[in-house]
Write a protein that binds this ligand. Structure first.
Ligand SMILES: Nc1ncnc2c1ncn2[C@@H]1O[C@H](COP(=O)(O)OP(=O)(O)OP(=O)(O)O)[C@@H](O)[C@H]1O
Ligand SMILES: [Mg+2]
Length: 178
């Protein structure tokens, strides 16, 4: 069982529709931690670009990842654990997120493309269309062993995925204390 740092920042990562928000909100609720939707920290220029249907470049992403870093640093400065969502598809993005932050642990949520497509097609009130999935899967660089983190298959009910994630992270026996 991995020994997670305390406080810890769990970054729930994966392609669009894999189940990041569902899992991360479950972790936050169970552990009593603050939760942040990483996409809400995009600078206004990125939001404008995305709403025009334009793809973000890596140049666009650096300030966004820096803003996520600032949010994590605020939690850590308060001595609190926290959980956030961030697709973090490429290793370069993850390296930036954990640079100088040994408290960061990734939790990669994976699901079959067909399952994601089914779920996303039923999802309402969300701007991310299922048509983005192929490019997300092509961009994805899964976690490699020298990165701190665990991988969880988003199979089964959300509660089951949550239990599996907590167990992998070594958080299943830890009481909510923050
Ligand atoms: N274990 C599960 N069982 C059934 N449905 C699920 C499960 N996990 C997630 N879903 C559903 O699949 C859809 C996608 O999940 P979610 O919104 O959590 O993904 P996401 O990774 O946050 O997507 P995005 O990157 O687009 O924000 C949602 O409608 C959600 O309710
Ligand atoms: Mg989400």
């Amino acid at each position: 069982m991995p020994r997670v740092p305390s406080p810890v920042i769990v970054v729930v990562m994966g392609v669009s529709g894999s189940g990041k928000t569902t899992l991360a909100t479950g972790i936050a609720r169970r552990m009593g931690w603050e939760f942040q939707e990483g996409d809400e920290l995009h600078p206004p220029e990125n939001v404008a670009k995305m709403s025009r249907g334009e793809a973000l470049t890596d140049e666009d992403r650096w300030p966004w990842l820096a803003a996520i870093g600032t949010w994590m640093d605020e939690r850590l400065a308060a001595g609190e654990s926290a959980v956030l969502t961030c697709s973090a598809l490429r290793r370069a993005y993850r390296d930036l997120l954990r640079e100088n932050r040994p408290a960061v642990v990734f939790c990669h949520v994976t699901a079959d493309a067909a399952l994601i497509r089914d779920r996303v097609e039923q999802r309402r009130g969300h701007y991310m269309p299922a048509s983005l999935l192929p490019s997300q899967l092509a961009t994805l660089e899964p976690l490699v062993p020298d990165e701190p983190g665990v991988t969880v298959a988003a199979k089964g009910r959300p509660e089951e995925v949550l239990e599996a994630a907590l167990q992998r992270l070594g958080l299943d026996r830890q009481e909510s204390h923050e």
